[in-house]
Design a protein. Sequence first.
Length: 105
Amino acid sequence: MAGVVTVEIGGQRYPIRSGLEPAYVIELADYVDQKMRAASDGAPSTDLLSLAVLVALNLADECFRARQQQSSSHGELSERALRLEQLVDQALGAAGDGRVGRTGS
């Protein structure tokens, strides 16, 4: 069920219709507002539309970097899981050969 939450970004109020939790929509809007203020501080004479485009590009960059980092972490975990699987296979193979738990004579 979609509700309407009014948020303020860049000094403008926006009614947002969303099925998300209102507190989460407000948190998102606050984050975007912080980014808009930071962009405005860096380029005070820039118009609102240009600032919004700059912020959108910065947010897309954050998103892409997070996705890349997550993908990289997933790849590392997959490699570790494969190595563990190989170690288990080796240990089971050694157990089948009767070599596990024996010391050299």
